[in-house]
Design a protein around this ligand. Sequence first.
Ligand SMILES: Cc1cc2nc3c(=O)[nH]c(=O)nc-3n(C[C@H](O)[C@H](O)[C@H](O)COP(=O)(O)OP(=O)(O)OC[C@H]3O[C@@H](n4cnc5c(N)ncnc54)[C@H](O)[C@@H]3O)c2cc1C
Length: 261
Amino acid sequence: MPGVEAGCDVNAGRSAHDPRPRPKGYELAFLDSRMETPTSMTFRFSTEGTDFRYLSNQAVRVVLPWVRDPWGPGRMFSLSSSPTEEGQIAVTVKMTGSAFKEGLRDLRPGERARVFGPLGDLLYDPRRPAVFIAGGIGITPFRGMMRYAADMGGDQPIVTLYSARVPEEFAFQTELDRISRKHPQIDVRYTVTRPSESKVRWNGRTGRVEEEWVREALEGLTRPKVYVAGLPEMAQETLSMLRERLGFVEDDLEYEYFMGY
Ligand SMILES: Cc1cc2nc3c(=O)[nH]c(=O)nc-3n(C[C@H](O)[C@H](O)[C@H](O)COP(=O)(O)OP(=O)(O)OC[C@H]3O[C@@H](n4cnc5c(N)ncnc54)[C@H](O)[C@@H]3O)c2cc1C
C-alpha cells in the first residue's frame, strides 16, 4: 500500500455500507514477542485507549521510522490475532534478516510503532462453510479466523489445509489442534512438502496441496467459500486449480498474496 504514510486517501471510493473500519495511522505500543517456529515470530501491540478496530481477518502496515532499510521502513502484514482478542493486535512474521525485521526483533516493550490500518479485504464469512488453504506463513490470517470462529461460537464447518516445508515450520500447531479438539466443526489438516529436510519425524501427509486433497476437504460442505493465502506462486497455482478444475467462481473465493519474499 504505497503512499499511505504520505496521506493519500485510501478511503476514496468506499461506499457508505462498506463494513470495513476506515484505515488510519496509529502509534501502538509494543507489548512482547515470541518465537512461533525456528524462522517466524509473533509480535503483539497494544490497542488500549485507541479506536483501532478490524474485521476478521484484515491486515496492517507496520512502520518503524527509525529503521534504515533499502526497501523502506514499513511492511504489510496480515493480522494473526482475532478481533475477539481485545486490546491488542498481533502479526506473525517470517524472519529473514532484513533490516526492517531486525528492527522488529529489537523492539522493547512500550516502544511505539506506526501502524496503519486496518487494510486488506480477506474477510471471513461466518455464514458459509469454509476451506482455508495456507502455504507456510500464509497461515497468519487463518489463525485469526479460526480463533474468531471459535470465540464467536460459530457453527459453520471450517477445514484448514496447511502446508509447510518441514513440520517444525507449522506455526500455531498446538493452539490450532486445541481449537479443533474443542470445536469439532473446525478441522486442521497438515502436509509437509520437504520431509527429507526435517530434523523431526513426520508421519503425516506429504506433498503439496493437490486437487484430490482439496476435493476431500470439500466433501459434505454446502456452498463452501475457499480462502487462499501464501506466497504468490503457491496462491496462484492453487487458485488456478480451484477455478479451472474444481469450477469455483470469484464469489466463492477469497485470497491474499504475500508479496515481497
Ligand atoms: C497483504 C499482505 C500480507 C502479508 N502478510 C504477511 C504476514 O502475515 N507475515 C509475513 O511474514 N509476511 C507477510 N507479508 C509479506 C511482507 O509484507 C514482506 O514483504 C515480506 O515479509 C518480505 O519482507 P523482508 O523485509 O523479509 O524482505 P526484503 O527482502 O527486505 O524485501 C522487502 C520489500 O522489498 C521488495 N523487494 C525486495 N527485493 C526486491 C527486488 N529485487 N526487486 C523489487 N522489489 C524487491 C519486496 O517487494 C518487499 O516488499 C504480507 C504481504 C502482503 C502484501
